[in-house]
Design a protein around this ligand. Sequence first.
Ligand code: NAD
Ligand code: MG
Length: 404
Amino acid sequence: MGRIAVLGATGSIGASALDVIARHPDRLRATVLAAGRQVDALVELCRQHRPAHAVIADPAGFAALREGLRDAGLDTHAHCGDEALVALVEGDACDTVVAAIVGAAGLPSTLAAARAGKRLLLANKESLVLAGELLMAAAHEGGATIVPIDSEHNAIFQCLCSLGEQPGDPSRRAPAGVARIVLTASGGPFRGRSRASLADVTVEQAVAHPKWSMGPKISVDSATLMNKGLEVIEAHHLFGVGGRGDEHRIGVLVHPQSLVHSLVQFADGSTLAQLGLPDMRTALAVGLGWPERLDSGVGMLDLLAEGGRLDFEPPDLEAFPCLRLAFDALDAGGTAPATLNAANEVAVSAFLQRRIGFLSIPAVVEDTLAALPAAPAASLAQLHEADRQARRHATQALAGYGQQ
Ligand code: NAD
Ligand code: MG
């Protein structure tokens, strides 16, 4: 019986993971559920899935969680805070961890799962952007298997596995025969728009993704193309391609239908792709069942029913500078990706609170990267310090932007 910790259980990925788990009661069980602040939603999930442990990050929610579980007649143990979460991730309560907390807040538990040698279903891309080298090294030392739960990286994982590669082994670099990895991007809700026309787009427009249903932060990241930038950095760490001197080995292609999830090109002229409907339950089923294939509840792709065409176009880096900023941060290395990620989290949060306009998101990120040049980063402490400084700088910079 697979014992699974779902971190970020009340979110979009958390819901998809629990849906797949519930389809396989004979082999999968959610034993730990963790959320940030949504106590009522967490108690409701505990009612449905009866985990041994529930964790709320916010200390203010602990009493309500304990009472809610008691009132529901559940024997689920209540916990709160990062330390409790890390201890549960490291301990015997789970052998698989779905890392689906949003943002850098997911790093401690993700690192703990890697160090403890768990099967790590990694959705929390920000932890790879912030501390990719340390996270991959921790997974290698701990003997963890990483299965990426980002549709693009999961597609690449599947393409590489089909060749007998073992992408779950973090020590592996992309095999010599891999010429290039091409990440596809839907283009988001503003694909085809000019930069000037984006000045007054609203939060509602930005989070209305045409193809994927996701949490608010990643939806805004998809609208700015920062999501694809974070994914380029993610792919660099997961598959050992891209970065300074190797930029040509990671490409980005806009594909509005979101049916081809990514491509791997080989030295012999072969290109492998993975296709499917845009539903994260496929990636989660791959992670939960690998090397077996599990029913995920996702229907079969019918290309004719989907309109019978697959279109591709280059990304517009003028209208969506966040993608360029991410490539630059990867090239600069050291603390630059941590700075990029932290500034972006601050700017996206301010945009969602309607304190700055859409175009101010790349402006704040660029301003922060310029003010805090990349420095070498050998330790987690240095990366945390870079993250802290970037948040402080970006927060101050917000005042200068306003609704533009
Ligand atoms: P979401 O906003 O829907 O859910 C976020 C979850 O994290 C919630 O359960 C929330 O309670 C929890 N959380 C927030 N702060 C926390 C904290 N400090 N401690 C513990 N829990 C905390 O987000 P989502 O769309 O599910 O995305 C989650 C992660 O997965 C992100 O890193 C995102 O980039 C990645 N991802 C999501 C998708 C998708 O389709 N939604 C696809 C690829 C990757
Ligand atoms: Mg993705």
